[in-house]
Design a protein around this ligand. Structure first.
Ligand code: ITT
Length: 230
């Protein structure tokens, strides 16, 4: 299968690895871009995915994918949600599901990830059973070289939050997330291929793959894909 290069706008090496694996399997080659990190100012995943895709595409001058993702815990009013990557640097009111303030600590990603997991465990202390249900959500946006958004898609993965981390793989909250589709093993305990087969990222990327195929058909004049490509 021939390889099609696509730019991925992310500063997260964990995401890049997963894109390379999932889209690599489908015949695409992911190219990262060393652009300044856009500020994530939107209130929801879709808004942030759109603004990241636009910013990275303009920088790269090429078709670009970017996502915004996070862990949603209903008993915490949806937190950490769009604040997942920087949760430990936020002052929150979990009863309202609100972030009251955010002060960037500037710590490196691995220690921030660990602090994020600890913060989540602290907030869930005393919550049992169904109250520990959670899901990962991700929204991906595809932007054209000039930054115009061409397509968006979302994916979810459901599970529950454990009482302590398990496993060494993955990134972010994976060691705390026992997935329904990984038989209760955490996304950090199963190997990368098993996570990538059922993850929120996989589900959204399958929709992007369908869209890309439709677009290629449209560009080469084959197929009846005009509705998908709008
Ligand atoms: P970019 O914006 O540069 O892509 P980021 O890590 O800042 O990287 P997000 O703003 O989308 O990305 O935040 C996503 C956070 O949600 C991420 O840092 C993790 O804490 C968490 N997260 C998302 N997907 C995850 C996954 O598959 N496994 C574990 N944690 C995940």
């Amino acid at each position: 299968m021939s390889s099609h290069p696509i730019v991925l706008g992310t500063r997260n090496p964990g995401k890049l690895r997963e894109y390379q694996s999932i889209l690599g399997e489908l015949g695409y080659e992911m190219v990262s871009v060393d652009a300044p990190e856009p500020e994530e100012t939107a209130p929801d995943f879709e808004g942030n995915a759109r603004l990241k895709a636009t910013a990275y595409a303009r920088y790269a001058g090429a078709l670009t994918l970017a996502e915004d993702a996070g862990l949603v815990v209903p008993v915490l009013g949806g937190l950490p949600g769009v604040f997942s990557a920087r949760f430990a640097d936020c002052e929150v009111d979990p009863s309202l599901g609100k972030v009251l303030s955010y002060t960037p600590s500037g710590r490196p990603r691995p220690s921030l990830d660990e602090a994020n997991r600890l913060r989540l465990l602290e907030l869930l202390a005393g919550h049992e059973g169904e109250a520990r249900r959670a899901y990962f959500q991700m929204v991906i946006a595809v932007a054209d070289a000039d930054g115009t958004i061409l397509f968006t898609a979302s994916g979810e993965a459901y599970g529950r939050i454990l009482y302590e981390p398990r496993g060494e793989g993955g990134f972010g909250y994976d060691a705390l997330f026992a997935g329904d589709e990984t038989d209760g093993f955490t996304f950090a305990e199963v190997d990368a291929a098993r996570k990538n087969a059922v993850s929120h990222r996989r589900k959204a990327l399958e929709k992007v793959h369908t869209w890309l195929l439709a677009r290629q058909g449209l560009l080469t004049g084959h197929g009846e894909c005009h509705k998908l490509a709008q």
